[in-house]
Design a protein around this ligand. Sequence first.
Ligand code: AHR
Length: 328
Amino acid sequence: MKKLLALALGLVLVLNVAAYADVVIAFSQIGQESDWRTANTDDLKSAIENHPGWKLVYDDAQQKQENQIKALRNFITQNVDYILFTGVVSTGWDEVLKEVNEAEIPLLLIDRMPDCADKIEYVAAFGGDFVEEGRRQVAWAGEYLKSIGRGDEDVNVVIMEGTTGASAQTGRTEGNLKALESYPHLKKVGQQSGNFTRAEGQAVMESWLKSIDKIDVLIAQNDDMALGAIDAIKAAGKVPGKDIIIVGCDSVKAAFDAIVAGEMNCTVECTPLYSRFVVPTIEKLEKGEKFSKTVVHPEEGVFDTNGGIDLGTVKSIKAADVISQRQY
Ligand code: AHR
């Protein structure tokens, strides 16, 4: 009888351990180059770490593709249950992502997409529509200039790009350049990478201010670079937001502050908050639901000084009216 009781107790224990066994979710993050990235990391980390029964294995690649490849192979060796992945650049992932597929670890793509996405298996992809974001940036400048009676004036535009080869850069550049075709008075006089960082944004703007006679509009492919450029513009004795119209991307809190202070004119949103998609997807997968290549581009806004600029797919919103809702 005693033996039977011990056996039953053992069985209950085993079942309990199975019921509470950790679901191990590995996350290969690019680095920490911007406020957007910090918000993205914090959002996913805290959602996974605070989820009962889930455990996070996190790797920060310090902007290096080779570190990401190493991390992905480590995740495979550890036999994690899920992999979240965003690639610093879009090329060069074919081999390692095929290895992830061969290990049958469900893959969730976040933010920047690899260019081999159609050749590999993944559960879902959650990220911004970068081409549309780039289009919105230039369209905002063109429509804003029309709204203040400068629509027929030739203006000089510089494009500050993100990390070369990242899908966030290639997509936004494609959108920027395509939209310029619809606004022939916007003349491109500079195009250079500021690597999505504040420091490099400042350095690129400093050199442009020395080498280009007149800059009327800055299109910065993220807010951090726009904020760095603002420091350079001020140091050169010019007034950001007035002498030079500044359009950023991401819509981080610091950009809202700069718009309200009159030093920046517009920011096109790209949300960093993906846990609201990732968590329910993994919960459903754990219950046996099947997904294959679900793609979600979250709805996003455009925020500026006064609101009301019509961009076709969206109308801008006055930043001051919504700044209190911005957490990052
Ligand atoms: O991939 C998203 C981009 O990466 C964000 O716009 C930028 O701020 C970040 O570093």
